[in-house]
Design a protein around this ligand. Structure first.
Ligand code: ADP
Length: 375
């Protein structure tokens, strides 16, 4: 199913604040779209408008080319999985999954009378298929209280899948699970998407979920779409400092400084030679002798390539977090905290001076006022 959002807006009565502002997006058939952003940025509201659970203040919502703004949720042929889901405690897994089929009068063949036996068989076949897909086959006779959290979550998903809909909406479905299970369920949901070949829209505040699951990510802040792109696009080419800082852990470092006319980025602590292409971009946009923000990811400040000495600075380590195969070195440059990620070859202690290479090839420059990437 193709979903189009055209200039979608949402204002919840009273205060008149637009919590979703001019949202535009075309979701292609079979995509796995993730809405990500901090709490309160309007992700759930947007999802709920797509589901029909919330009215659309302005704009158009289309499913396969048809405007559905006023279609009831039950007529939208979609399924929704929430963070908190209620299974029927007195029913077995099988019965929990059968329930939506009873409501839908599955298999419901138009113009044909389906016998009771055929109905039972068709439902059983469908439930078993889905149970198999979700690894629930051996639990079909159990009641929810005899299942782990992850298994219960799978039943909640299963109960939606049996209905065979065209669109899956998921709102933070994993946030009640512990960290290990979340990682496992992440893979299961992406596998499920691959098998079902349906359109998925998934809401999360967790950028790692977004990066690992999405075909495309929609990053939101304050009701405004900041960027739409594949995980690689938003990671490598963030449109602005919000996206740059939101995607990736540890976050991208931001260092204030100036561009000199002989091609350096400099401040009171460091002086780094700009790559030709970066210098050209900054020159073209008239940033010579002006303040800019250097955005550089921790993995691009390393102890490698130290022979490239015009891009090496000596810094004083404040904290060295050993993570096993690598260190996070924490220090300050021109008043900003900076993290570098280096291989844990030697032992590094706080207060030690370390030479680090700034790989500007993969860095970005941002305008300090507009926060937009200079390109
Ligand atoms: P997110 O899912 O990104 O955490 P929401 O879409 O839930 O954000 O909320 C966006 C904004 O809308 C928030 O400021 C929230 O307080 C407000 N909001 C959400 N639901 C309602 C409601 N029913 N009435 C009024 N304001 C609401």
């Amino acid at each position: 199913m193709v979903i189009e959002l055209k200039h979608i807006k949402k204002v919840y009565d009273k205060n008149g604040i637009e919590v979703v502002k001019d949202f535009n997006l075309t979701i292609n058939d079979k995509e796995f779209i993730v809405f990500v952003g901090p709490s309160g940025c309007g992700k759930s509201t947007t999802l709920r408008m797509i589901a029909g659970l919330e009215s659309i203040t302005a704009g158009e919502l289309l499913f396969d080319g048809k405007v559905v703004n006023n279609l009831l949720p039950g007529d939208r042929n979609l399924a929704m999985v929430f963070q908190s889901y209620a299974l029927y405690p007195n029913m077995t897994v099988y019965k929990n999954m059968e329930f939506p089929l009873i409501i839908k009068k599955f298999p419901n063949v138009p113009g044909k009378k389906v016998s009771r036996k055929e109905t039972k068989e068709a439902r059983e076949k469908r439930i078993k298929e889905v149970a198999e897909m979700l690894g629930l086959t051996e639990y079909l006779d159990r009641k929810p209280k005899a299942l782990s959290g992850g298994q219960r979550q799978r039943v909640a998903v299963g109960r939606e899948i049996v209905r065979d809909v065209d669109l899956f909406l998921m709102d933070e479905p994993l946030s009640n699970l512990d960290a290990k299970l979340r990682v496992q369920m992440r893979t299961e949901i992406t596998n499920l998407h691959r098998r079902l070949q349906k359109t998925f829209i998934y809401v999360t505040h967790d950028q790692i979920e977004a990066m690992t699951m999405a075909t495309r990510i929609v990053i939101m802040n304050d009701g405004i779409v900041q960027q739409i792109g594949t995980p690689k696009e938003v990671y490598d080419m963030p449109e602005n400092m919000f996206v740059a800082g939101f995607i990736g852990t540890p976050a991208m470092n931001f260092i204030n400084g100036k561009v000199t006319k002989d091609g350096y980025f400099t401040n009171e602590d460091i002086k780094i030679k700009l790559n030709d292409d970066k210098f050209e971009i900054l020159k073209k946009n008239e940033y010579i002798d002006k303040e800019v923000v250097l955005g550089i990811r921790p993995e691009n400040i390393t102890a490698d390539n130290l022979e490239d000495n015009e891009r090496v600075a000596t810094i004083k380590v404040e904290n060295a977090e050993l993570l096993g195969f690598e260190y996070n070195l924490i220090f300050h440059v021109a008043g900003s905290q900076v993290i570098s990620r280096i291989k844990a070859a030697n032992i590094i202690n706080p207060n030690q001076n370390v030479k680090l290479h700034f790989d500007l090839e993969k860095a970005h420059f941002f305008d300090p006022k507009t926060t937009i990437r200079i390109r």
